[in-house]
Design a protein around this ligand. Structure first.
Ligand SMILES: Cc1cc2nc3c(=O)[nH]c(=O)nc-3n(C[C@H](O)[C@H](O)[C@H](O)COP(=O)(O)OP(=O)(O)OC[C@H]3O[C@@H](n4cnc5c(N)ncnc54)[C@H](O)[C@@H]3O)c2cc1C
Length: 433
């Protein structure tokens, strides 16, 4: 396969960059390791500061990418290696993982999913819900192909018998692909710090201590329970606490930096909770509130006006008391210095953002900075350039940032890639190069 650019990662940054490049008339191969494009944004509830429904504004962009004639999207595909050729082009070695269905036959009817007898934990719901061992990853996934999980499948054959187009293939194997490109754009995004990294908070052990991405799913319109319920017993919570900096600004975790989005997403989730559960008591324990973007300070002030409690305090420990409720040991940073205990029935940890993928693991000279994110030595004037000529980066692959900044970086990166392509593969009148 040949294209002008390989974009790695189909979150909002990769989607935007791929679209911008295609609009310049450039051929793009977009590689995503998950079964669907959309990245983290498609799993969010609503987005600050506008409170637009995340899936309503992400799905059209995903569809534009999927249907663009100049973008070839490869989902469920891993990057095994990228080598630089002597002429400055790149050769990428990709591996398409087996879904155990024939994609050119599948009509996305979900009959296989309906008849499958095996339930497994749902990764898209961050383990809060269940799905079938063969299933389409989520309602508005693109593409609408099911994936069979071989480690959970009992090979009973029910899906194959029910499939109206005979597309189940239990013998399918992974397939290697090679792509030749003039430029590579890294948009590989972020992951959260592990929920159990701070043992004193009980994450991973106490069922009512959840991560911020689980909080997003509880609040999402198509979430695991269809409403806000706490995981241990399905009770409607009436006292909810957010613990800020639960994975950032902490050198002991190797994350000394601020993750930049946690204050705002906690305020957003608190506002949405207050809308869903008007009588609930909602508290945010914080070190300081960083509401730096356009309209963000007003968003914060609105949350205060809505009655969200902001308590400037460090949370030292969380322990379970009766009925799955939680006792938080807090030290206020203002007023009394005496430690106190506060009780809540659901706690959401604002975990930190770390890189999802280290490009340095491939045999090429793309370096990461001391925080582990892709190094951009040309910043601030050239923020998309990496340490390798012809390799660019954008979005949270280069550091924590919100959607607005990710989209702006993606646009800038597409322009920089376009400049390189204009030298190496100039456009000829009519659009092709
Ligand atoms: C709980 C929470 C709530 C948030 N709420 C908001 C909000 O309301 N408003 C806002 O502006 N921001 C919000 N954010 C931040 C927002 O999620 C990010 O700004 C945005 O998702 C960044 O997009 P991205 O494309 O850079 O990364 P991602 O969304 O992480 O996408 C990266 C993609 O790359 C893929 N990938 C990674 N490595 C590889 C590889 N080796 N090969 C192939 N594919 C790969 C991943 O599978 C993924 O699909 C929130 C963040 C969190 C954690």
């Amino acid at each position: 396969m040949k294209a002008h650019t390989l974009v790695i990662g189909a979150g909002i940054a990769g989607l935007q960059a791929a679209l911008d490049l295609a609009e310049q008339g450039r051929q793009v191969v977009l590689v995503e390791k998950n079964p669907s494009i959309g990245g983290r944004m498609i799993s969010l509830s609503k987005v600050y500061p506008t409170l637009d429904c995340a899936s309503c504004i992400t799905t059209p962009r995903m569809a534009s990418v999927a249907h663009h004639p100049l973008i070839h999207t490869l989902t469920y595909t891993e990057v095994l290696g990228v080598a630089k050729n002597e002429d400055g082009t790149f050769r990428a070695h990709l591996r398409k993982k087996p879904r155990y269905i024939e994609e050119d036959k599948c009509i996305g009817c979900k009959r296989c999913e309906e008849v499958c007898p095996v339930y497994i934990r749902d990764d898209f719901e961050h383990q809060l819900g269940a799905k079938k061992a063969i299933s389409i990853p989520f309602t508005n996934a693109i593409p609408q192909f099911p994936v069979l999980e071989p480690q959970s499948c009992t090979w009973c054959g029910a899906c194959a018998n029910a499939c109206p187009v005979d597309c189940i293939d239990f013998t399918q194997e992974s397939r290697d692909l090679f792509v030749e490109v003039d430029a590579v754009l890294l948009a590989t995004g972020f992951q959260l710090t592990p929920i159990d990294a701070k043992a004193q908070y009980g994450g991973g052990k106490l069922r009512n201590v959840i991560s911020s991405l689980q909080g997003e799913r509880l609040l999402a319109p198509h979430g695991p329970y269809g409403r806000v319920l706490r995981p241990s017993d399905g009770k409607v919570p009436d006292s909810i606490a957010f613990v800020q900096c639960a994975g950032s600004r902490d050198a002991s975790l190797g994350v000394p930096y601020c993750s930049r989005v946690c204050c705002m997403y906690a305020i957003k989730q608190a506002m949405l909770l207050s809308g869903s559960l008007p009588t609930a008591d909602i508290t945010i324990y914080y070190m300081d509130i960083r509401a730096f973007g356009k309209g963000y300070e007003a968003f914060y002030q609105n949350a205060k006006a809505m009655g969200i409690n902001f308590v400037k305090a460090k949370v030292g420990r969380i322990r379970e008391i009766e009925d799955g409720n939680l006792a938080l040991r807090i030290e206020r940073q203002e007023g009394t210095a005496q430690p106190e205990e506060a009780q809540h029935d659901l706690v959401i940890l604002s975990l930190g953002l770390t890189p999802q993928w280290n490009p340095g693991q491939l045999a090429w000279e793309v370096k990461t900075a001391s925080d582990g994110f892709v190094a951009t030595p040309g910043a601030p004037l050239d923020p998309a350039a990496t340490t390798q000529d012809g390799v660019f980066a954008c979005g949270t692959a280069t550091g924590p940032k919100d959607i607005v900044d990710s989209i702006m970086e993606a646009g800038n990166a597409a322009t920089e890639v376009g400049k390189r392509l204009e030298i190496r593969a100039p456009m000829v009148p009519g659009g092709a190069s």
